[in-house]
Design a protein around this ligand. Structure first.
Ligand code: ADP
Ligand code: AMP
Length: 216
């Protein structure tokens, strides 16, 4: 199965992708996580991406398309993937179609998570994650069951993203509406688009996504 979780920053894509990994045995492929790994490793791509991400802009299409082409060909993606953060432009969407077609594959569904801007800003302001396993939390809405201890792996170390600040968030939302929103009609026209109410509680969003997948 090949799914895209689509939605603005803070919509809950990463949170739901991790749940689908557990429930469906799919692999989450997050281009944001891949870029952050490159920044951490200090590669030439990481140095360029760091500057762009801190400004809330998009990394050039050519770089992202090459990155995804290489990633989805790896063995751990054979059972299926959940794309989280890719595609983000119509050009990326077209390139993805071509790359899947060349392997005689296609997308099963594009699930758009719809959330109001004011809520997105609050979610991003309170987001943090486990430094070891990447499980996502929120200061108010999604705290670990035992304070300071990751529910998933037991680590006591957490981190926040440098781009999760009020200035960058506005730029990221602007990029979303200008560059990424046009892929919604692109997939609608192909009959692949499904919408879920991303404002609902995490469990309720998961149930909506599972219902979409049952219906495929
Ligand atoms: P994205 O991957 O789309 O940027 P995340 O999954 O990282 O979004 O979620 C952003 C923040 O919102 C995180 O702090 C997460 O814990 C929280 N969150 C995710 N889904 C919900 C939800 N349905 N209700 C409330 N908070 C949520
Ligand atoms: P994310 O973790 O999905 O919120 O992405 C964090 C940042 O990484 C974005 O603000 C972009 O700068 C960059 N990025 C991630 N995925 C892409 C993509 N598909 N195309 C361009 N830039 C991306």
């Amino acid at each position: 199965m090949k799914l895209i979780l689509l939605g603005p920053p803070g919509a809950g894509k990463g949170t739901q992708a991790k749940r689908l990994e557990e429930s469906r045995g799919l692999k989450q492929v997050s281009t944001g996580d891949m870029l952050r790994a490159a920044v951490h490793d200090g590669t030439p791509l990481g140095l360029e991406a760091d500057r762009i991400m801190k400004a809330g802009k998009l990394v050039p299409d050519g770089i992202m398309i090459d990155m995804i082409a290489e990633r989805i060909g790896q063995p751990d993606c054979r059972r299926g993937v959940i794309l989280d953060g890719f595609p983000r432009t119509v050009r990326q969407a077209e390139a993805l179609d071509a790359m899947l077609a060349s392997r005689s594959q296609g997308l099963d569904a594009v699930i758009e998570m719809v959330v109001d801007d004011a809520v997105l800003v609050e979610r991003i302001a309170g987001r943090y994650s486990c430094a070891k396993c990447g499980a996502v939390y929120h200061d108010k809405t999604q705290q670990p069951k035992s304070p300071g201890i990751c529910d998933v792996c037991g680590s006591k170390e957490f981190k926040r993203r440098p781009d999760d600040n009020p200035q960058t968030v506005q730029a990221r939302l602007q990029e979303y509406y200008q560059q990424t929103a046009p892929i919604v009609p692109y997939y609608k026209q192909k009959g692949l688009l499904r919408q879920v109410d991303g404002m609902a509680q995490v469990d309720a969003v998961t149930r909506q996504i599972e219902a979409v997948l049952e219906g495929l």
